[in-house]
Write a protein that binds this ligand. Sequence first.
Ligand code: 5GP
Ligand code: MG
Ligand code: MG
Length: 188
Amino acid sequence: MSIERHIEKVLYSSEVIADRVSQLGFEITSDFSGDSESPVFVGVATGACLFLADLVRRIDRPIAIDFIRAESYGSGTVSSGIPKISFDLKLDIENKHVVLVEDIVDTGNTLNCLIEHLKLKKASSVSVCTLLDKPSRRKVHFKLFGNGKFYSGFECPDDFVVGYGMDFAEQYRNLSYIGVLKPEYYMN
Ligand code: 5GP
Ligand code: MG
Ligand code: MG
């Protein structure tokens, strides 16, 4: 059965996403244009996989790419609490500018944990580029450091969204757009 039939409504079409990702790539490229060091783009697995892949192709300068994983969500739609790093970087980021690439910032717990971790690894700065932001749900005010900037694609309504990397119970990451599931698919 087609995956389309599981979706109640589309919030961000693939065209809208592509335009915004281009703008973010342009903005980040120009913000780093004065730096001789190559920044490290760190995708937060698994949700940021499609966003990272599209974003880095819009960065017009040499960069490195790595992945990290922090888990606080179970398989449902409610966070299980304090996140832990469950898969760490391969690259040494000491004295490097890091751009953390996230799918969505909700309570801020995951980012807070990741930023503290990158600080201990002595990154010279940490910026965050998230495709979606749900500021109304914020519980933790994470602190960027070393001139790090916060880039956000869209402010998102307080719905549980899927697609373009984001899952419900590990499904729906392969949608090319972002939407909301029909209620019957949240119940297993
Ligand atoms: P936070 O720690 O900020 O509460 O949550 C961050 C992580 O939870 C996100 O990176 C994402 O993986 C997941 N998350 C938060 N909101 C949503 C949502 O609406 N849909 C999906 N699929 N994942 C979400
Ligand atoms: Mg994520
Ligand atoms: Mg998830």
